[in-house]
Each structure stands twice: as structure tokens, then as C-alpha cells.
Design a protein around this ligand. Structure first.
Ligand code: T6T
Length: 343
């Protein structure tokens, strides 16, 4: 299908923003690409950002990107979420309570692709733009935009990496947080489908760690004991990747059981640097947060033509070869919130 001229311009803009971010490792570029002159008119705009869980470095980094963009555009940003669980049970009451306050826009990472539909649709029906970041819904019609990473591609990359590490034969498994969110489901299906390309590899049952690195470590150790010829593990998000690294280390299997983790939180980066994890698939959470705020702003200020309906950002492969390079540091996630808006 041929892209229209406007669409090509929009795609080029996001690509430019993404590559500029890659080059400078900051978010200034995004705001300079936006309508800076309108920033002074934006007083009174409040964007509510609801991450999946506020204590996770992935979402902390997203939050920091959102604060930077909010400051540059002059909008008020409120961040609301559970610090203890990535779950619809904790997220839905927060989304419902915020609805009563009528923010100008909702930017949210829904923790379940189905259960969050009704709470989010309420906003849209009330004329409040809703933008999904990271995770999304199964039914996307109510969304002004959805911004995510290549999660299926990430799963495929993990499968290919582990297959290469295992010389295309042997047993592998996925260590995952709870299923039900779009990112998790896409990574799992990408991995599983790609693994089928390797007839001598066997994928064992997926282990679920409930987004707990401690549980992931315990499950890694029990899996290694139960399957002495286990060759590779895909730690599907940061808690899983962190726990897989800890489990391999505790089982004394460093260099014998290969592991690819998703994300680049500090514990995973340390594990990769010490050679326990063999690779990481990092996303661009700061850019997701910044774009979410920027699109909310465009929607509220009548600049809808600048919004791309579906954005999929590239992943960044971090390996033992590039993890110590200066240029790679821009992909590491932050563990501390910076509300100042200054990167
Ligand atoms: O991998 C990220 C995020 O993309 C996913 O939706 C949930 O888990 C993380 O937050 C990492 O813990």
C-alpha cells in the first residue's frame, strides 16, 4: 500500500525523532520537533500517565521521558499507579478514580488487553483522548494513538540468539511474567513461532514468575535441576531477566545455560556485564513516554494531523560485545524518578 504524502511526512518525523534520540540519548529533539510556539498556550492541560507498575525501571524511565516532554510543552503531568503489582486488579481502581478528576488526556500502559477496555473507553466516551504506551488493548478503536516497541520481533530475536548459542539444538524455555498483556503475549508468540524454525530445538513449558525476580530465580534453579540438558532461557521482561540471571548464577551454570533477557534495568545490565546473561533486548521507554505526552498535547490542542495512530519503535540488542561501550549506555534504564523534566 502506498503511503499518503502526509503519512510519509509523519513517519519520517517519528523516524527522525527516534534516530536523533538514539544519537543524543536525550529527549530535547522531540520537543524541538513539536510546536514549541504553542507551549505557552498549554497552561491548564493535565495529562495523566498510568504506567503498568511504578517501581519498575522500565516505567520509571518512561516517566522520566514523559516529565521531560511535559516540561518542554508546559503541560502538567500526573503519574499514578501501583508500586507493588502489574495487574488489572490494582490498575483499574486507579484509572476509575482518576476519571472523576477529568484530566485533559490519559496516557496508559494497560496491564490487561481486555480488562482495561471498559475503564479506558469511559474516558474516550467523555471526550478525553486516550493513548496507550508500551502495552495496548485488543480492541484499539478507542485509542487516539498506540505507541509500543517491536515485541513480536523481540521474541523472534531472543529465539534466534538462543538457537545460535545452543548450536541449533537442545532445550529452551521462556521465563515470563503473567500473560494477558499485549507485550508479553506478543513476545511469547514471536519466540514460540521462531523456535519452530529449528527442528532440533525443543521448547519446554513456559514458567510464570508473577513479575517477581525472586520467583524467576527459584523457577530457573528448579528448571535447571529438572532438565539437566537445558540449554537456553528467555527472560521475557525485566523481573524475569533479572531472576533468570540470579538463578543461573546460584545454580553454578554461568556459561553453561545461555540466557537472553528483555529490557535493560540495572540488575540485568550488571548480569550481562558479568557474563551470566548473554544478551538483552532493550526498548526505548523514555521515548514512548515522551511521545505519549506529545500526542496527548496534539490531541488536546487540535493538532490531530500530527499524530501517528500506531507507532512501533525499534529494539536495541545489547550483547557482551557492546555492553561496555559508551554508546550503549543510552539504552540503559534508570532506577530513579526525575520529576524535574531536565534530562
Ligand atoms: O518489559 C517491560 C514492559 O514492556 C512490559 O510490558 C512489562 O514488563 C516491563 O515493564 C519490564 O518489567
Amino acid at each position: 500500500m502506498q503511503l499518503s504524502k502526509t503519512m510519509r511526512a509523519r513517519v519520517a518525523r517519528v523516524a527522525a525523532v527516534a534516530s536523533a534520540l538514539t544519537m543524543v540519548g536525550g529527549l530535547i529533539t522531540l520537543a524541538t520537533a513539536g510546536p514549541a510556539s504553542a507551549a505557552t498556550k498549554s497552561g491548564g492541560i493535565t495529562v495523566a500517565l498510568v504506567p503498568g507498575i511504578t517501581s519498575d525501571p522500565f516505567y520509571i524511565t518512561m516517566e522520566n521521558g514523559a516529565y521531560t516532554e511535559a516540561k518542554l510543552l508546559g503541560v502538567n503531568l500526573v503519574v499514578l499507579g501501583s508500586a507493588t503489582a502489574f495487574s488489572p486488579e490494582t490498575q483499574i481502581p486507579i484509572v476509575n478514580a482518576e476519571f472523576a478528576k477529568k484530566p485533559s488526556a490519559l496516557v496508559i500502559a494497560p496491564t490487561d488487553a481486555v480488562a482495561l477496555y471498559a475503564p479506558m473507553a469511559r474516558y474516550q466516551k467523555a471526550g478525553i483522548p486516550v493513548i496507550s504506551v508500551d502495552t495496548t488493548l485488543n480492541k484499539t478503536g478507542i485509542l487516539t494513538s498506540r505507541i509500543t516497541s517491536g515485541n513480536t520481533n523481540g521474541g523472534e530475536l531472543a529465539a534466534d540468539t538462543l538457537a545460535a548459542d545452543c548450536h541449533n539444538k537442545g532445550q529452551v524455555l521462556i521465563m515470563s511474567t503473567n500473560a494477558g498483556s499485549s507485550t508479553v503475549d506478543d513476545r511469547m508468540s514471536g519466540f514460540t513461532k521462531e523456535m519452530k524454525k529449528y527442528p532440533k530445538m525443543k521448547q519446554l513449558s513456559t514458567q510464570f514468575d508473577n513479575d517477581s525476580a525472586t520467583q524467576a530465580s527459584t523457577l530457573t534453579q528448579s528448571s535447571i535441576l529438572a532438565h539437566p540438558s537445558l540449554c537456553g532461557i528467555f527472560g521475557l521482561n525485566s523481573a524475569s531477566g533479572t531472576g533468570v540471571g540470579a538463578g543461573i548464577q546460584a545454580a553454578g551454570k554461568k556459561g553453561k545455560v545461555f540466557a537472553v533477557g528483555y529490557d535493560a534495568e540495572p540488575a540485568e545490565v550488571a548480569s550481562l556485564k558479568s557474563g551470566v546473561l548473554n544478551g538483552l533486548i532493550a526498548q526505548s521507554p523514555a521515548l514512548e513516554g515522551a511521545l505519549g505526552v506529545e500526542y496527548a498535547y496534539f490531541a488536546i490542542t487540535g493538532q490531530k494531523s500530527l499524530i501517528i495512530k500506531s507507532v512501533q519503535l525499534d529494539n536495541h540488542s545489547i550483547t557482551t560485545k557492546n555492553v561496555n561501550q559508551k554508546a550503549t549506555e543510552q539504552f540503559f534504564y534508570s532506577a530513579s524518578v526525575n520529576t524535574s523534566g531536565c534530562p
